[in-house]
Structures are given as C-alpha cells and as structure tokens.
Design a protein around this ligand. Sequence first.
Ligand code: NAD
Length: 260
Amino acid sequence: MLKNKSAIVTGSTSGIGLGIAHALAGQGANIMLNGFGDSAVIADLVGYMRAKYGVQVLHSAADMAQPEQIAAMVGQAAAEFGAVDILVNNAGIQHTARVEDFPVESWDRIMAINLSSNFHAIRAALPQMQQRDWGRIINIASVHGLVASAHKSAYVAAKHGVIGLSKTVALENARSGVTCNAICPGWVLTPLVQKQIDDLALREGLTAAVAQSRLLGEKQPSMEFATPEQIGAIAVFLCSPAADQIRGAALNVDGGWAAQ
Ligand code: NAD
C-alpha cells in the first residue's frame, strides 16, 4: 500500500517507534530511522530491515532536542528518498517528580523532545507534502494528552500540547491531501515503561510481576499492555485511503484508560 512512499519515524531505534517503522516498511515505505543506541546494533537493524522489506532504510542520529538537527534530518530524507510523505513524530522521554521538585532542566528537555520537536519536524516536512498534495503526519501523543497523572507535569503538558498542535496542523491543511492526527497510547511495554515498573518495584519492594500488574491495575482497565505492533498497524491505517477524512483526531489506544 505504501510502495514508493517514504517515511521518517523519530525515536525508532526502540519501542513504539520501532514497531511503527516495521509496520510502514512492511507496506513498502522507505524508512528514515532516528534515535540513539549502539551504532553496531543500529547498523544491524538497518541491514535487517532492508533485507526483510526490500525498501530503502537509513538512520539519522539527529537529536530531537536540537531544531537545526531536526531540519537537517528532514532535508536528508527528502534528498535521499526524493520525498517525505509520512512523518511520525514519536521520540519521547519521561521524568517523574512532584511539580515543586521537578528539575527545570528535565522540564525543558521533555518540552523540547516531546513537544517542540514535533513542531520543528512538521514545519520542515510540510511544504513538500503540500506541493504533492499528499502527506500523513502522525504524532505519538499519549493518553496523557487527554488526562493527567500525578508526578508527570512536563509529560502531561507536552502531550496535551501535541494534541493541540495536531488539531491546528490538521485544520491548516484541511482542504489538502495532507492529514495530521495523534495516536494516544496507554501503557505499552517498552523500555520507557519498564523503567517505571522497575522504579515502582524498587520503591515498594515488589516483584516485577506484581509491580507490572499494579501499574496496569491503577489505570488500564483491560489489564493488558498495548503493543508496538498494534500502534504500528494503527499508523498504517492512518496512511490508508480509509483514513483520508480522519483529521485532527486523537485516537486513544489505552485499554479503556480514558473512558473511566
Ligand atoms: P522508548 O524509550 O522505548 O523509545 C524512545 C525512542 O526515542 C528511542 O528510540 C530513543 O533513542 C529515542 N529518543 C529519545 N530521546 C531522543 C532524542 N533526544 N532524539 C532522538 N531520539 C530520541 O519509548 P517508547 O515507550 O517507545 O515511547 C515512544 C513514544 O510513545 C514517546 O513519545 C512516548 O511518550 C509515547 N508513549 C509511550 C507509551 C508507553 O506506554 N510506552 C504510552 C504513551 C505514549
């Protein structure tokens, strides 16, 4: 379905972004991976994806906290692939603390990576999507873009901002073939969440299994994690003609979290 299309997926060396990159490549899209990690592991991933999917795969080490590196990454993808048809803004980090104890540098870094990077990537990628009158911008927000949890002030503020940005970009391009939407996962078992499970287990003296079920039990009625593969499949759906009129939506994939 996405043959001859090209995608950038930020933060795709791990977790949800990696799941989305696999799903888009599986539909024939060329992929610009982005994110940190061991360079040998990333080189293996690039080679594996090229062989498995028969598409072009590149990796950019651009830091999503650095606007000029984001613009350079978009420029590189457009130059190498000839276009950026799909932009998935996924890179994100977390820090938890009460607001009065929240380190200012953690606030600034979360805002830069989880929110401002979306703006910088969108403004760099949009003009050439508008020229071709087709584009898909998919921002990975969170259920924390819809509701809050204690100790996550920066993350919740940034993710609410991502949903607002998605709506605005959708409206500004409503009469074109460029759509912009947000996906709002609840708990997905990735390194980002594993760290929160480990912290909970340590803090409360729990086994990993009990900490995991406590985490789910507090918020996610299904008591099951969503998976990177499911989020990838939803990103593919948003790239399909069936989703042409889905614009400015915030799709929660949260096991019922926000329904409560
Ligand atoms: P993860 O920690 O597994 O992966 C994060 C990715 O972002 C990695 O590839 C990492 O290298 C990259 N990254 C981090 N900082 C970066 C930077 N400055 N520049 C470039 N890349 C950077 O995390 P994940 O759980 O897969 O989360 C991905 C996105 O999904 C985040 O935006 C997160 O907020 C969101 N999300 C996750 C969950 C969840 O339960 N895991 C739920 C809702 C939303």
